[in-house]
Design a protein around this ligand. Structure first.
Ligand code: PNS
Length: 162
């Protein structure tokens, strides 16, 4: 018997979209536990809508039905956090070729920093390939309906914020 496999799913999740949720739930086919991990220091700084604490709270609610998914936040380097929680697998979603360069660069840099870490890239369901947190933020801020793109705990917070 091997130990249960833990993977980290890191990101900004500002906010969590149905695309993120799809990736997280799909990953449970090959890991036993997933820790969705909200970064305090994202590589690409964008305009922020929700605090890290708010994002953690909404992600917890979104995965309340799934005991194998836990939520945390982390400061500093992803590799240091992975070492700290003893995880050697990182899951990331790849939507399109446009994501590839950034992901490839981060994956190779993370491997330089900690060669034991494996990055696993997953494609979301086709219906989510156009979806991004930044577009959801923009649509919500301009009064559009985001209910098809985010789950209820996220939608409620977006509505209250805009
Ligand atoms: O959702 P995002 O913003 O694309 O996620 C990027 C994230 C948070 C996974 C990445 O920026 C990250 O790992 N940040 C932590 C700081 C770090 O380790 N930087 C070096 C990356 S090679």
């Amino acid at each position: 018997m091997t130990d249960a496999t833990l993977a980290i799913y890191p990101g900004s999740f500002d906010p969590l979209t149905l695309g993120h949720e799809d990736i997280a739930r799909r990953s449970l086919k090959f890991v036993d536990r997933l820790l969705v991990s909200v970064a305090h220091h994202p590589t690409q700084q964008k305009d922020r809508m929700f605090s890290v604490e708010e994002r953690v709270a909404m992600i917890r609610e979104a995965f309340a039905d799934e005991p194998r998914i836990a939520v945390a936040d982390f400061s500093g380097l992803l590799v240091d956090f992975c070492r700290q929680v003893d995880a050697r697998i990182v899951v990331r979603g790849l939507r399109a070729v446009s994501d590839f360069e950034y992901e490839f660069q981060m994956a190779l840099m993370n491997r330089e920093l900690w060669p034991d870490l494996e990055m696993v890239f997953m494609t979301p369901a086709g219906e989510f390939t156009f979806l991004s947190a930044s577009l959801v933020r923009e649509i919500a801020a301009l009064g559009g309906d985001v209910s098809r793109f985010v789950s209820e705990p996220v939608r409620r917070r977006l509505e209250a914020r805009t």
